[in-house]
Write a protein that binds this ligand. Structure first.
Ligand code: SAM
Ligand code: SF4
Length: 341
């Protein structure tokens, strides 16, 4: 391969880390705020960041654009809840210019769905094709308990609005031993009947919350075994460079993803990095490594200096994560709402 072949669409060399992995996927958290307080994600009384610490929409755009220039092909906006950020649609619409040039192959977001009835149409119009919606239960009372006050009807209406706008929806469900373990087959049936894939996620030890995670942890190996007692699960050779494995359920005809960060080593193929809403770049979800891109930006960096800072951070991407559910302390002190899912 000549250096020219290896160049990103913008003509710069791609982002390759110290272990030879090419980074092509950025998850960008646009806010730490949220209209829900999921028990495994946030503390009941969260202290949110002062506005001055959070990247402005222009800064978010500039950093995302720098990554696109370095060969990032997929951009996922997350949070906190991305759709509660003021000006979010303007950011999505601005970033969609990279879809039009072909530099970006996918612009997507992960949302709790509460505001989709309002925004689904604009997201679709901006070129968003697929979204992930988090939903752990269809039961109104349990949803209210898990989210500390949320209304599941809003989320369901949001999912319907997204599909009506032409967006493909994937449901993300965190598997919780005491709360939704028994409902998982119903959730899968419900999603598949609507033409939505569903991905189950094991709880991850991120950030201090009140509940004891050892109590909530449900192994997806056990869930899978239980599903296999009444369904036929066919392995799918789908590799997204992430921790998900996929199967097709013969009886429902739909796809099920299983994200098991604690029981599987998926790090060798990892192609992603995460940027918090304060501009901190984490190149590994399970390590404390961090680079402050906000400081670089606010010091007046040129595009070239920003690209250099990104390269330096990616070069040091750790080999693998370091989760251990049995530990008393979380492996990583930051909450998922800060890092983005
Ligand atoms: N607010 C949006 C949402 O809920 O989809 C986007 C951000 S949220 C932090 C992204 C995903 O992370 C959600 O699917 C959520 O269920 C998941 N999540 C949050 N805390 C988690 C934890 N401790 N372990 C596993 N998944 C977690
Ligand atoms: Fe909010 Fe998403 Fe965290 Fe739930 S998981 S509290 S919806 S950021």
């Amino acid at each position: 391969m000549t250096p020219y072949d290896a160049a990103s669409p913008q003509g710069q060399a791609p982002l390759i880390d110290g272990f030879g992995r090419t980074v092509t996927y950025l998850r960008l958290s646009v806010t730490d705020r949220c209209d829900l307080r999921c028990v495994y994600c946030m503390a009941e009384h969260m202290t949110f960041l002062p506005k001055a610490e959070v990247l402005t929409l222009e800064e978010l755009d500039r950093i995302a654009t720098a990554f696109v220039g370095l060969g990032v092909r997929k951009l996922r906006l997350t949070g906190g809840e991305p759709l509660v950020r003021k000006g979010m649609m303007e950011l999505v619409e601005a970033l969609s210019r990279h879809l039009k040039t072909g530099a970006l192959s996918e612009l997507t977001l992960t949302t709790n769905g509460t505001r989709l009835t309002e925004f689904a149409g604009r997201l679709a119009a901006a070129g968003v094709k697929r979204i992930n919606v988090s939903l752990d239960t269809l039961k109104p009372d349990l949803f209210r308990k898990l989210t500390r006050g949320g209304d599941v009807a809003k989320v369901i209406a949001g999912i319907e609005a997204a599909q009506a706008a032409g967006l493909s929806v994937k449901i993300n469900t965190v598997a919780l031993k005491d709360d939704n373990a028994g409902e998982i087959p119903d959730l899968i049936r419900w999603a598949h009947a609507r033409g939505a894939d569903l991905t189950l996620i094991e709880t991850m030890p991120l950030g201090e919350v009140e509940a004891d995670r050892t109590d909530q942890f449900l192994s997806l190996k056990d869930v899978r075994q239980s599903l296999e007692s009444f369904w036929t699960l066919e392995e799918l050779p789908l590799n997204t460079g992430g921790p998900a494995r996929y199967v097709r359920i013969a009886e429902t005809g739909g796809r099920l993803g299983l994200i098991t960060p604690l029981s599987h080593n998926f790090c060798e193929a990892c192609n992603r990095v995460r940027l918090t809403c304060t501009g901190t770049l984490h190149t590994c979800l399970g390590q404390e490594d961090a680079s402050d891109l906000r400081a670089v930006l606010r010091a007046g960096a040129t595009d070239e200096q920003l690209a250099d800072a990104i390269r330096l951070a990616v070069d040091a991407k750790p080999k693998g994560h370091d989760f251990e559910i049995a530990r008393a302390k979380p492996a990583v002190a930051r909450h998922m709402s800060t890092t983005g899912g």
